[in-house]
Each structure stands twice: as structure tokens, then as C-alpha cells.
Design a binder for this molecule. Structure first.
Ligand SMILES: [Cu+2]
Length: 506
């Protein structure tokens, strides 16, 4: 990667990482009541709260998020997918600086669902998942309240129920900080997805060889590392496995590059991109077509600004970039699938600039994701200096054939939980014993990347880290959120076949 060591004069970028306590005095946002249901809810809360102190009432604006279905058009064909919609029918949620995550989640589907608040660190029963046994999924028609202190940054929400995430049950969850509000940059959210006209159940059956077939049968899949079209240009990939699933399209804010979203720039052309990889099993390189941007945060956590033109983004990870779009020009924000020629993206365009036609394929096969960016990242707010109290190791195990992924050679039903005690500084070594990279997500915590393939570092704070094939990553975190927490690969089909375990406070 040709990135990183260039020091850009993004003065406002530097300001982003500075503490500016004077700016934290913002008035509390007013309740936003978006529909009849939340209006009635708020009304009954007012009645029920008649004897509560006034401060309690003022602290409780309620946002509504509704899970439903919608029809989108992809490459001229319509498809029924999920939606999570909030204010004014917009996808997902943007919270103001200082606002609590106070949400009524309504399941308007005719099937159960859960919505996980990826990047938030609430109590475990509010995590929006059912696997750890605190709550059951929301049944059809059910509404449920969530109320906790929001963690600022670029986050997202997605179903944690069966394979719904693949059918676009994904949406942005942006929590603005006081610094963001003060900077007042033009913010552009980009949610990336992989899309198939096949049902996710069909995709999984294709991968595993289907029910009833010999478990050892070679599944019918696209094997990036063995793709004949890619063979020539991908010699460096060796035996590495990439791209389990062949998709029909890759989407950025629901659109392909044949008909991309074009965002006209404002305010001198400086844009803050909040990019979310919401794809079920696709890792992307964010490629700015040679333009230089400055990475200011990963997974919602500020980093020392890093300049570059290409940035890796594994499944579930987020990346905040600041980029200048000069007058009269356009800047593409491509997301190029690793090990493939396919891409998606959006276009930033200065007012009046002509937008050229772009396609969803290129001649060049993109490289696999690597750690060149990760190992240069430095957290703006690292963990405090403290001795490590407990060290644990987890092996990432499994294979493409038979298609079964595990942790410590155990599937979820036979899991081997990592046990920690409240108050500990924990180091967790993730040793990848497989030929495929795994984006590992720990719920309920953000961790710092402190080791990579045997080298210590003072890396980024994240909630999802890519552990390369046959590589090792060490993460450190403070055990400060007691409960049972999921710990899993964020490749949906790896998780579905067993690459999920638990972190348990004892
Ligand atoms: Cu995986």
C-alpha cells in the first residue's frame, strides 16, 4: 500500500483528536416523535411519569426504529429485502452529541428478529442479540425499548437473527460527538453491502453442500484463490481462501456503480466520510482513485490521522475519512472487493462538476486485505497504562472443505468460553490456524490492537479486527462490562457454521 507516512495539513483533522472540553456544553436534544406509536408511547410515559422528577422526563427523548421489508431494484431486477428505518423513513439512526440511545425498536415483520447495536457497549441484555440467553428475539409485531448511554462514532446496526443480515437488515448508527458537532463538516455515510438474488439459506446450503449431502462433499463455491480469471494476477495469494460467496452485486447505499449515489459537496469541498462495511461476507479496499484522504477514526474510535489513497475495510469495520474535493472535480469513493475485479461506491462531486460513467468491474484484480494499514494505526485514546491481569488464547479453526468454521475446534453448541473477572486488564491472543482471514468481533467492549504476528504495537482501538490467514493478533481490553458476550467471526457464513464463542465474566 502506498499510504500512510505522508503528513497532510488537515488542520481540522488534527483538531478532531484534541480534547475540547469547552464544547461539551450542549443543550439536551428535544424528543423527536416520528410516528403515532412513539407519540402515544411518549404520552403514556408522561402520564406514567407524572410523579417522577422533571429531570427524568427531560432525559428521555425516544427515537423509533422499525424493522420491515422494502423492495429495491438491483441491475434492473426488483428484490425484497429488509429495512430498519427511523426518523422520516431514513435508514438507521443519527444521534446528536450527548444524546442517549433511547430507542423503541418495532418489529413489523411477520417473523422474529433481533437488531444488534454494533459498536455500542450497553448492558448485555440491551445488546440486541438473543444467543447469550438474556432475552428472546423480538417476535412478529413486538416492540422493545432500549435505553443506554450512547458511544460516539460511526457504528451500525444489523440483525443477529439467522441469516437476515444478508438480506440487508443493516443500517447506519451514527453517534455524533461534541467534536464532530463543533467541526461541522459535511458528513457522508456510506453503507456497503453484498447482494444476491438467491436466498441466504440457499447460499449457506451451497457452501455446506446442503442437507443430506455427504458433509465432506466439495461445496459449489467461488474460491477466490482458485478463480481461474484471477489466477495470473494473484500469484501472491498462494493457498489463501477469499470470497466464499459469488454475489450478484455490491451495493453502496443500496446502489451499484452503474447508477451510483452522487453527493454534491458543500462548504469548500471538505467531506467527512463515515464508511461502514455492512457486507455479510465481503471485505473491501476503499480506493479513492488516487486522491488522498486522511483516516481519522476506525470502528468509531479516533486514531492519529493517517493519510492514504487506499484503506482496507473488513466485514463490520468502519472507517472515517476526511477528504477535500477541489472545485470543479469529482472524487470516487470505490469499495473494491478483495481478490476480485468487482467494485461498488459513491461519487463526491463539487457543484457543477460533470460525473463520468463508471462500471462495477475493472480489469485489475484487487489484492487481498492485509495488515499494512492496521500496523501503522495509533489510537488517539489508547488503553491506560496498566499491567495485564489475564492472558487468554483462542484458535480460529475450520476449513472451506468441508465448509465448517469454529473457534478452538468447537462450534457454538460446544463452545469453550473465555472467562474473565470484572476489573481485569485482559489480553486475548487470536491465532488463526486457517487459510482464510477472519474479521473477529467482540461484543460489549472496544479493545486495543496490541500485537500482530509477534510484534507488539500501540494500535487502534476497535471492536472488529481482521486476523489474517495463519496470522496472530493480540487484543487488550478492560473487563468493565460484566455479563456474557458474543465473540465471533463477522463473516456471516463462518458464524453460522460455528465460528462463534463467548466471553463470560465469572
Ligand atoms: Cu471467519
Amino acid at each position: 500500500m502506498s499510504t500512510i507516512n505522508i503528513s497532510l495539513d488537515f488542520t481540522t483533522v488534527e483538531r478532531l483528536t484534541q480534547k475540547r472540553p469547552g464544547l461539551f456544553r450542549r443543550s439536551r436534544p428535544m424528543p423527536i416523535l416520528t410516528n403515532r406509536r412513539s407519540f402515544l408511547m411518549a404520552g403514556s410515559a408522561l402520564l406514567a411519569g407524572a410523579c417522577l422528577p422533571a429531570a427524568t422526563l427531560a432525559a428521555a427523548p425516544v427515537r423509533t426504529l422499525e424493522v420491515g421489508r422494502r423492495t429495491i431494484e438491483v441491475a434492473g431486477r426488483s428484490a425484497s429485502v429488509f429495512r430498519v428505518t427511523g426518523d422520516a423513513g431514513r435508514s438507521g439512526l443519527v444521534l446528536d452529541a450527548g444524546e442517549r440511545f433511547h430507542v423503541e425498536l418495532v418489529n413489523s415483520l411477520d417473523e422474529p428478529t433481533t437488531v444488534h447495536w454494533h459498536g455500542q457497549v450497553p448492558r448485555p441484555e440491551l445488546d440486541g442479540i438473543a444467543e447469550t440467553g438474556y432475552v428472546s428475539p423480538l417476535s412478529a409485531g413486538e416492540a422493545r425499548m432500549f435505553d443506554f448511554a450512547a458511544r460516539s462514532g460511526t457504528h451500525w446496526m444489523h440483525s443477529h437473527h439467522e441469516l437476515q443480515e444478508q438480506s440487508l437488515l443493516t443500517a447506519p448508527l451514527i453517534v455524533r460527538s461534541a467534536e464532530d458537532a463543533a467541526l461541522d463538516l459535511q458528513e457522508v455515510v456510506v453503507l456497503l453491502n453484498d447482494f444476491s438474488f438467491r436466498s441466504p439459506q440457499e447460499i449457506l446450503e451451497d457452501l455446506t453442500g446442503g442437507g443430506g449431502m455427504d458433509h465432506g462433499a466439495m461445496p459449489d463455491m467461488d474460491h477466490g484463490g482458485m478463480d481461474m480469471n484471477s489466477m495470473d494476477s494473484m500469484a501472491s495469494i498462494g493457498n489463501m481462501d477469499l470470497n466464499d460467496v459469488e454475489y450478484d452485486a455490491y451495493l453502496a447505499n443500496d446502489r451499484t456503480l452503474e447508477d451510483p449515489e452522487v453527493v454534491r459537496t458543500e462548504r469548500g469541498g471538505r467531506v467527512r466520510l463515515r464508511i461502514i462495511n455492512g457486507a455479510a461476507s465481503t471485505a473491501f479496499w476503499i480506493d479513492l482513485g488516487g486522491h488522498i484522504a486522511s483516516a481519522i477514526a476506525v470502528d468509531g474510535n479516533p486514531v492519529t490521522p493517517m493519510a492514504g489513497t487506499r484503506f482496507p475495510l473488513a466485514q463490520a469495520q468502519r472507517l472515517d475519512l476526511v477528504i477535500d474535493v477541489p472545485a470543479g472535480t469529482t472524487v470516487p469513493v470505490f469499495a473494491r472487493r478483495e481478490g476480485d475485479t468487482k467494485r461498488t461506491g459513491i461519487i463526491l462531486a463539487a457543484p457543477g462538476a460533470k460525473v463520468a460513467k463508471l462500471g462495477s468491474s475493472t480489469a485489475k484484480t484487487e489484492a487481498p486485505l492485509d495488515l499494512s494499514f492496521e500496523q501503522t494505526l495509533v489510537a488517539a485514546t489508547p488503553l491506560s497504562a496498566k499491567a495485564v491481569d489475564a492472558r487468554h488464547s483462542v484458535m480460529l479453526t475450520g476449513s472451506m472443505s468441508p465448509y465448517a468454521w469454529t473457534m478452538d475446534d468447537r462450534a457454538w453448541g460446544n463452545r469453550n468460553p473465555v472467562e474473565v473477572a470484572a476489573g481485569q486488564r485482559v489480553e486475548l491472543e487470536l491465532m488463526n490456524h486457517t487459510m482464510m482471514a477472519h474479521p473477529m468481533h467482540l461484543h460489549g467492549h472496544h479493545f486495543q490492537v496490541v500485537g500482530m504476528n509477534g510484534k507488539r504495537l500501540n494500535g487502534a482501538v476497535r471492536d472488529t479486527v481482521l486476523v489474517p490467514a495463519m496470522g496472530t493478533v493480540v487484543i487488550a481490553f478492560d473487563a468493565d462490562n460484566p455479563g456474557r458476550w458474543l465473540h465471533h467471526c463477522h463473516n456471516l457464513y463462518h458464524m453460522a457454521t460455528g465460528m462463534m464463542s463467548e466471553l463470560v465474566y465469572v
